[in-house]
Design a binder for this molecule. Structure first.
Ligand SMILES: Cc1cc2nc3c(=O)[nH]c(=O)nc-3n(C[C@H](O)[C@H](O)[C@H](O)COP(=O)(O)O)c2cc1C
Length: 355
């Protein structure tokens, strides 16, 4: 049996294989609502055989969106359309996961095919928030530094959204603390210049993420998995940024808190970063974190073939493989991968004549 198609039990759920649809913003929503696009996008990848599908970054508050076109889960009305999607995913034997997100200072920006950079408030944008009043880059909005009441609101928004996510039928919750969005902004000394209990030391910079995890766990069922996505490094040339040793230190704390899977990405918080992109270029970070802490890790980034994914698992360099662009090119990649690895997996009955 290949490792890629070996089921993985995490708490009360079992993934039928190790192929995960990585979160991918579709920028196709109005007022945060899911629609037919999201159903077909996620639904076809469930038909295509992925074991776990994690939605795009779904905003926990309107000001937590990246663009006005992001999905949201900040009100109960959002639950119904999301539930149609989770029902369909489950009917294909796959597991629906949700990425809960707050964009912080990277919010109020145009969807790439609609414009460039920040959206002024007068044109439908909003006031963004961050740990410190520093923009991500010149063409990004100037954020306001969150005060303590604002931080409490963020924590409450993640909690309420996690509760709605469960009501919408999701079985995995992933907290987005990567890619330069709000929780990563707090972790990294590049974006966090606070002098209160949420800034300065490693302990203080990690505080918000840990409090968000506690809040989410207070409403998320104990038998359902909780993932956290981090950027393991800022790829900063200076000594100042977030880096692998801090990620390992954080992973120890997350494991103690009962986080089930660490989804290890990199970058996104430093506009000028030089990133040595290549096949599986982020894997060494997931491997180091797994080996140092024993936490279950997921790897992502330029993994594009069945053999490449299988090799990672056989070497025990990571436990789950997330695919993003390969699954945009081919939603049926898992069915093809099974054939390549000589696995006889079940196809949707409707498609069996093509097997
Ligand atoms: C269209 C698109 C949208 C994305 N949106 C998200 C997102 O919402 N949340 C997230 O954590 N990563 C997002 N990413 C990053 C992917 O999840 C993934 O980490 C990255 O594309 C590297 O994997 P790949 O080489 O398999 O594409 C997005 C990537 C793409 C291509």
């Amino acid at each position: 049996m290949s490792k890629l198609f070996l089921p993985l039990a995490i708490k009360g759920i079992t993934l039928k294989n190790r192929i995960v649809v990585s979160p991918m913003c579709q920028y196709s929503s109005i007022d945060g609502f899911a629609n037919q696009w999201h159903l077909v996008h996620l639904g076809s990848r469930a038909v295509g055989g992925a074991g776990l599908l994690i939605t795009e970054a779904i905003a926990v508050s309107p000001e937590g969106r990246i663009s006005p076109d992001d999905l949201g889960i900040w009100k109960d009305e959002h639950i119904g359309k999301l539930a149609e999607i989770t029902d369909f995913i489950k009917a294909q034997g796959a597991v629906p996961g949700i990425q809960l997100a707050h964009a912080g200072r990277k919010g109020s920006t145009y969807t790439s095919w609609k414009g460039n950079g920040k959206i002024p408030v007068a044109e439908g944008g909003w006031e963004t928030v961050a740990p410190s009043a520093m923009p991500f880059a010149d063409d990004y909005p100037h954020p306001a530094a969150l005060d303590l009441a604002g931080i409490q609101k963020v924590i409450g928004d993640f909690k309420a959204s996690a509760k709605r996510a469960y009501e919408a039928g999701f079985e995995v919750a992933e907290i987005h603390a990567a890619h330069g969005y709000l929780l990563h902004q707090f972790l990294s000394p590049l974006s966090n210049k606070r002098i209160d209990q949420y800034g300065g030391s490693f302990e203080n910079r990690s505080r918000l993420l840990l409090e968000v995890i506690d809040a989410v766990k207070s409403v998320w069922p104990v038998d359902l998995p909780l993932f956290v996505r981090i950027s393991a490094t800022d790829w900063s040339a200076s000594e100042e940024g977030w880096d692998l040793p801090q990620s390992i230190q954080l992973a120890v704390l997350l494991k103690e808190k009962g986080v089930d899977v660490l989804d290890v990405s990199t970058g996104g918080n430093l506009a000028s970063a030089k990133i040595p992109v290549g096949p599986a270029y982020q894997l060494p970070f997931a491997t180091a974190i797994k080996k140092e802490t024993g936490i279950t890790t997921a790897t992502v980034g330029l993994i594009t073939s069945a053999v490449q994914a299988e090799t990672i698992l056989v070497n025990e360099d990571a436990d789950l493989i997330l695919f993003a662009r390969e699954l945009l090119r081919d939603p049926y990649f898992p069915l093809r991968a099974a054939k390549e690895l000589r696995e006889d997996i079940a196809w949707p009955e409707q498609y069996a004549r093509a097997k």
